[in-house]
Design a protein around this ligand. Structure first.
Ligand SMILES: [Zn+2]
Length: 378
């Protein structure tokens, strides 16, 4: 049985011909089924959006135009000749894997996912399928996450030390997902917590959805004066590169991201400290998730696709690359890997990268002006 036709590529994005809808399209379409609200998966301009009910508030803030409809996790919906259901991806609030079934044939599109528990969203659910379409953002053996609780404890220790030294602690986090995950791990002992204006709308959306987080104050000049040298300040990575940060000196800077596994990227971000807290699956997580689906075929959409494909083939899997325009799944704010992402890890055991082709990998977002189908065909 061929499973190829349940998801195909089209100029505007991935397309389910039997259902007549697109999946996380990068162009404007009639009907889009969306895995999650990160900017590379949820783009404006389409007429109708279907996404998980849990994340509707987030989705509407990200895409204020278009008609939005929610589907509860596990709820089945007939669309054209297929049955669609959404299943938790563990990536952020409302993130879903899309299960598409047609006459007993099942394809699951993962979107972005992680396996670690996250108090701000539902945990990743294994969905058995014939064809699994997986992300591979961190598809290199060097990417192995430490225990997230340990990293969050390190983060809080750093924050306390900064306060003792009379310095603000400025943490670079993505506006959607990471900021709320970090906040949910904090409590009143971590006050005062200031947040950059770019983070506020999504924090509000999470609160409205019932996610509990400690009180935060806007990171204004006034609050900078009042809490000088003792605040924890959350800001998007781009803010740390500009003049904004000067208002909050003296300060220590850090970032929370899977890319912090690489020392070179920490330097590029101009931060002193890195906490390896990712909302994507690491190498063992990707392999484990793919195996658990029991799939006959796996397609990889973005990230280090070639090394993961080659590894899976060596393990006897039917694996290929489905070229897309998805990036590292975040905010498109310069927190992107580059050639330097392939250098040795900053600490811990240094597993070798899995092959020469991995060193040629470039972030997809740098390819937006080109035809990604051309560029990623190898
Ligand atoms: Zn994402």
């Amino acid at each position: 049985m061929s499973h190829r036709s349940l998801i195909e590529r089209s100029p505007t994005g991935l397309w389910c011909p039997s259902g007549g809808f697109h999946i996380d399209p990068w162009g404007a379409v009639e009907r889009a089924v969306i895995t999650h609200a990160h900017a590379d998966h949820a783009r404006p301009g389409s007429k109708r959006y279907l996404s998980a009910t849990d994340g509707l508030g987030v989705m509407r803030r990200r895409l204020p135009t278009g008609r939005h409809e929610g589907l509860g996790y596990g709820e089945r919906r007939s669309i054209g000749d297929v049955v669609v259901s959404l299943h938790p991806a563990g990536h952020l609030l409302g993130a879903a894997q899309i299960r598409i079934e047609r006459r007993g044939e099942v394809c699951v599109f993962s979107g972005d996912y992680k396996l670690e528990p996250d108090p701000t969203c539902r945990s990743f659910e294994v969905v058995r399928c014939h064809h699994f379409v997986s992300e591979s953002t961190f598809g290199l053996p060097v990417y192995r996450w430490p225990n997230p609780d340990t990293e969050l404890s390190r983060l809080r220790s750093w924050r306390r030390r900064c306060r003792e030294e009379g310095r603000n602690a400025i943490l670079a986090t993505y506006a959607l997902g990471k900021a709320q995950r970090v906040l949910a791990a904090l409590d009143a002992d971590d006050a005062p917590i200031l947040v950059h204006g770019a983070l506020r709308p999504m924090i509000d959306a999470y609160r409205e959805a019932g996610v509990e987080m400690p009180e935060v104050l806007p990171a204004t000049r006034e609050h900078a004066q009042t809490h000088r040298g003792r605040a924890l300040i959350l800001a998007p990575p781009s803010a740390l590169a500009g003049p904004w940060v000067r208002t909050f000196l003296p300060a220590s800077t850090a970032a929370a991201s899977g890319w912090m596994r690489m020392r070179g990227l920490r330097r590029r971000r101009n931060v002193e400290r890195g906490f390896v807290i990712s909302d994507h699956a690491d190498w063992p997580g990707l392999l484990g998730a793919i195996e658990a689906t029991g799939c006959e075929r796996v397609s990889l959409t973005h990230g280090f696709t070639a090394p993961l494909r080659d590894h899976l083939r060596r393990q006897g899997h039917d694996a290929d690359i489905l070229a897309t325009r998805f990036g590292d799944g975040e905010e498109g704010d310069a927190d992107l890997p580059s050639e330097s992402a392939t250098e040795a890890p900053g600490e811990g055991s240094a597993d070798a990268a899995s092959g020469g082709t991995s060193l040629e990998r470039r972030p997809e977002s740098l390819l937006f002006e080109q035809d990604p189908l051309e560029d990623r065909s190898s």
